[in-house]
Design a protein around this ligand. Structure first.
Ligand SMILES: *[C@@H]1O[C@H](CO)[C@@H](O)[C@H](O)[C@H]1NC(C)=O
Ligand SMILES: *[C@@H]1O[C@H](CO)[C@@H](O)[C@H](O)[C@H]1NC(C)=O
Ligand SMILES: *[C@@H]1O[C@H](CO)[C@@H](O)[C@H](O)[C@H]1NC(C)=O
Ligand SMILES: *[C@@H]1O[C@H](CO)[C@@H](O)[C@H](O)[C@H]1NC(C)=O
Ligand SMILES: *[C@@H]1O[C@H](CO)[C@@H](O)[C@H](O)[C@H]1NC(C)=O
Ligand SMILES: *[C@@H]1O[C@H](CO)[C@@H](O)[C@H](O)[C@H]1NC(C)=O
Ligand SMILES: *[C@@H]1O[C@H](CO)[C@@H](O)[C@H](O)[C@H]1NC(C)=O
Ligand SMILES: *[C@@H]1O[C@H](CO)[C@@H](O)[C@H](O)[C@H]1NC(C)=O
Ligand SMILES: *[C@@H]1O[C@H](CO)[C@@H](O)[C@H](O)[C@H]1NC(C)=O
Ligand SMILES: *[C@@H]1O[C@H](CO)[C@@H](O)[C@H](O)[C@H]1NC(C)=O
Length: 828
């Protein structure tokens, strides 16, 4: 561009006419400041001081209309704020200026003002783009430094569809300023669309997502730590959330733990609320949260006094002491009519009591009353005193504060975890009843297509699978301390503790020659214990802040696992700051080195590959079912399958992930768990995992082993590189055999290969409940003549962050993991 000289010169103008694709390519006019008399014309940009953000003219995808907006430099297609969202400029010669009275003004091609910010009454105003993407108007004050809070106007008080870190969402009660966010009308039109998220001040303040004027999703009241309607938000350790209620303000705000994390929260034009984080490595937005997530998130599915549980079928039940208002509709699975009381309350006799409903999303609080000064006992008494009181709950999950409902209770749902106790008032006669809503804790695997419809490569399916489960922090497993190589009778968790000297000797002081590679947690070294035992030593990075006890607990867990298809842990070493795990050495390294390598791939003939598939299945079955602890591996992939000298597969790397503290930033640990292409859709998108997410990864692995090709994330426009899509398409056309790696076609058993492909496809089906368990997989693999059910559509896992503000540029994306820990599934 520089070559063509100044803007406005003839060549540049001509060039503009031909360059209609990209919008932001021109030099900045003078850093981050806009001063009176120096307008910003189309093609110019303001760049914030730290070069984090830019402001300028842009065109959304598929339109030539021009708007003034702000974007992060790393992702210029994602517009985080728009000034003239309802008033586009049709030519590329609009301009943005600041008037002498401090008003920001955008003029169109006819020099007509089409947008202005309102007057600021400053003597010598300037506008400045800050690094947090806030565009402010302030007094110039000579040196141009910012006096915090002195902004006469700021873009963050007028958000569009995006809430950025540090922006307030909600009310200034003094000025009546109401900051809410409204979706774009479409990806090409930033004008307000039908979806608005706002903070409702009635009762206990709560955030509500509207579709036109109807409630779509109730985020719910703030319970001191999180919103009642987002039970799992505490997983998101890179965010700090804040909800402030005082006499001047009621607002919600989030921030990232570091300025290096680029994040946004947006209501997209399809009505999904998404929290996203920019991944520098893969140059894409990763979706942390996308709501509404399941059917019960949609407001009041089950009407008054109904409870929505996505794991039940039908999803609606009545609260204990209530019966369906219209049983006919209820039988037709239409729950919106809700429920009515079986026995009227008997207020004056004082015989009423309460039933506790656990793990709920609190009912709509807009008509509740809150008293933050009293505790739960007083709350109960206060509810009993008021004859119209129907329920009470703590306002804060630390047990303080009191919410009282005196109207009917609507929009109640239950969660597997993370809900709150709700105390519902009942007449004495109904207190002893068993609720028809059983409190079985089941895991919900509701996969509502939560990414914009256009991006869904498969039809939006709703499926449910259930599994009784409990997440146990490994740190909670009982642990008794013990010393070097001391074996205690009857305690099979004892594991040799190697001393540092032994390891140093074995690895030749961690010599570079002995370094086998680098895992996520630190380097791995080969070593010789004594004359003949070869070992692999995984040395944890010193930066890991894992406590000694937790580390030991983890070791105990892994030590308990013994199976010929799991890598065997021989011992560990904790001395000083050193933490090391000693494994049996696997001379043939990992599976990926063979199957994805043309030359080495030949070494794995069909029989060997089939044995590997069977071995992995056995190992996984052991983890899922046969070991005393049920373990979900969560990171099954070719590089985690090690091969012994006879090419027997051994699953490795289980449980180690937990060695990282969860609050270590996800951005650092994300790399550890290779997720590219192996994650099931429900895990990737909703963080829901179960044995069936391992089954999914296993299916991917099977197809990779057979085809010798890597499954990758999927690119939005094409199936290229996505093995699942490719395999599915071949299978559907009756050409499944073509999937087989050409380099082994001479050794192949057609029957076994086709059978295995089918098993692979069954494992990667979109709905977790359709996927077989590992025990059926083992059976299916061994019985060559069994007629297996036909696989349904695989979960392709479209990970691309969908949003109104992204261009149509397509990229191949990978998934991310937000949290690293091992979950233990409890037996039924
Ligand atoms: C842009 O237009 C093309 C062609 O009409 C269409 O295929 C594409 O989906 C549009 N993109 C968006 C984001 O609307
Ligand atoms: C903008 O461009 C249009 C057509 O190219 C022209 O008619 C108009 O005068 C221009 N306006 C300004 C302010 O330069
Ligand atoms: C501020 O200045 C602009 C441009 O001169 C003008 O259009 C606007 O009316 C002024 N606003 C006030 C409140 O004076
Ligand atoms: C709220 O608005 C009033 C009136 O405009 C203003 O004085 C006050 O500073 C604002 N409060 C905050 C916290 O911004
Ligand atoms: C959203 O904010 C705008 C501007 O303050 C206001 O006019 C509108 O009523 C608000 N909508 C809701 C639902 O609060
Ligand atoms: C948000 O966090 C960053 C550092 O991570 C800090 O510099 C900034 O002041 C915070 N913003 C607010 C509004 O608290
Ligand atoms: C991501 O890249 C941007 C721009 O290069 C940089 O400012 C930021 O610190 C990086 N963030 C992380 C977490 O590495
Ligand atoms: C109070 O209880 C008694 C006995 O259970 C019953 O006969 C009476 O009707 C009740 N009073 C009211 C006002 O419901
Ligand atoms: C019961 O509570 C509601 C809501 O706080 C209140 O409006 C009503 O006056 C109370 N009734 C009695 C009898 O105290
Ligand atoms: C509970 O949380 C509230 C609000 O965060 C706080 O004011 C209160 O002191 C806390 N109480 C206890 C017992 O921790």
């Amino acid at each position: 561009m520089e070559l063509f000289g100044k803007m406005g010169s003839l060549p540049a103008t001509l060039l503009f006419l031909f360059l209609i694709v990209s919008s932001h390519f021109s030099p900045s006019i003078g850093g981050d400041i806009l001063t009176p008399g120096q307008p910003l014309s189309d093609g110019q940009e303001l760049i914030s001081a730290g070069e984090r953000c830019a402001l300028g003219f842009f065109s959304p995808v598929n339109t030539s209309n021009r708007y003034v907006g702000i974007w992060y430099k790393v992702s210029s297609d994602t517009i985080v704020w728009v000034a003239n969202r309802q008033h586009p400029i049709s030519e590329r010669n609009g301009s943005l200026s600041i008037a002498a009275n401090g008003t920001l003004i955008i003029t169109d091609q006819n020099s007509k003002p089409i947008w202005s910010s309102g007057s600021s009454g400053l003597a010598s105003p300037v506008a400045q783009l800050l690094d947090d993407a806030n565009f402010i108007v302030k007094e110039a004050k000579g040196d141009g430094n910012i006096v915090p809070g002195s902004f006469a106007w700021q873009s963050s008080d007028h958000p569009t569809d995006t809430l950025l870190p540090g922006m307030k969402f909600g009310w200034n009660l003094t000025s009546g300023l109401n900051r809410n966010i409204t979706s774009w009308a479409s990806p090409s039109d930033p004008a307000p669309g039908p979806y608005t998220m706002f903070l409702d001040l009635h009762g206990d303040p709560q955030i509500i997502l509207l579709e036109d004027s109807n409630q779509r999703w109730r985020v719910g009241p703030w319970n001191g730590q999180r919103f009642s309607g987002i039970p799992d938000i505490m997983r998101y350790k890179v965010f700090i959330l804040d909800f402030v209620i005082n006499n001047d303000e009621v607002f919600y705000m989030y921030n990232t733990t570091s300025m290096s994390i680029i994040a946004r929260l947006t209501v997209d034009y399809t009505g999904q609320v998404q929290r996203l984080v920019w991944l520098n490595d893969s140059q894409m937005w990763s979706v942390y949260l996308s709501e509404p997530k399941d059917i019960c998130d949609y407001v009041s599915q089950c009407g008054a006094y109904g409870v929505c549980n996505p794991d039940d079928s039908p999803v609606c039940t009545c609260l204990q002491g209530f019966k369906p208002r219209s049983p006919e509709n209820w039988d037709l699975r239409e729950g919106k009519d809700g429920c009515v009381r079986m026995t009227e309350l008997d207020c004056r006799n004082g015989t009423d009591g309460f039933v506790t409903i656990e793990e709920t999303k609190l009912p709509d609080t807009s008509r509740s009353t809150v008293d933050r000064s009293i505790g739960l006992d007083e709350c109960r008494a206060s509810c009993l005193r008021n004859c119209s009181c129907t329920a009470y709950a703590s306002a804060n999950i630390n047990g303080t504060g009191c919410i009282i409902w005196t109207t009917e209770l609507t929009d109640i749902r239950v969660y597997t975890f993370g809900g709150q106790d709700l105390y519902v008032r009942l007449a004495a006669a109904d207190l002893g009843l068993e609720s028809d809503h059983s409190h079985s804790r089941t895991i919900a695997g509701i996969v509502v297509g939560s990414v914009a419809g256009i991006l869904l490569l498969s039809s939006v399916g709703i499926c449910v699978w259930m599994k009784r489960r409990r997440t146990v922090s490994l740190g909670a497993i009982p642990f008794a301390s013990h010393r070097n190589n001391e074996y205690k009778d009857g305690k099979d968790w004892d594991l040799p503790l190697f001393d540092l000297g032994t390891i140093i000797a074995a690895t030749d002081n961690f010599s570079i020659e002995n370094k086998l590679g680098k895992g996520g947690f630190g380097p791995v070294y080969k070593g010789m214990l004594g004359e003949e035992q070869e070992i692999a030593v995984k040395r944890l990075s010193k930066t890991s802040t894992q406590g000694a006890d937790e580390f030991m607990n983890e070791v105990m867990l892994i030590a308990k696992l013994q199976h010929r298809n799991l890598v065997r842990l021989l011992g560990c070493c904790t001395q000083g700051e050193e933490r090391m795990l000693v494994y049996e050495y696997m001379p043939n390294k990992s599976l990926d080195a063979f199957i994805f390598d043309k030359d080495k791939g030949v070494l794995l003939d069909w029989q060997t590959r089939f044995n590997i598939i069977e071995g992995i299945a056995q190992g996984l079955l052991y983890l899922h079912r046969d070991s005393r602890l049920r373990i979900i591996h969560r990171d099954l992939k070719a590089s985690n399958i090690l091969l012994d000298k006879d090419m027997n597969p051994k699953i490795s790397d289980f449980g180690l992930a937990r060695i990282f503290r969860e609050d270590e930033t996800a951005l650092n640990t994300r790399r550890v768990v290779g997720t590219y292409g192996y994650m099931s859709p429900e895990y990737a998108m909703d963080g829901v995992f179960s044995v069936k997410s391992d089954v999914f990864s296993f299916g991917v692995l099977v197809l990779e082993i057979i085809s010798g090709k890597k499954n990758r994330g999927i690119s939005i426009s094409e199936y290229e590189g996505n093995l699942l899509a490719h395999a599915w398409s071949l299978w559907m056309h009756g050409n499944g055999f073509e999937l087989v790696d050409k380099s082994i076609s001479n050794s192949i058993s057609m029957v076994e290969a086709l059978n295995s492909i089918k098993v692979g496809l069954l494992c990667v089906q979109e709905c977790p409940k359709d996927r077989p368990t590992m025990s059926s997989v083992v059976l299916m693999l061994s019985s060559k003549n069994a007629s297996l059910t036909d696989p349904k559509h695989p979960g392709f896992f479209p990970t691309r962050a969908s949003s109104t503000t992204e261009s149509s540029k397509s990229k191949t994306n990978s998934a991310s993991i937000n949290e690293l820990s091992v979950t233990i599934v409890e037996g039924r």
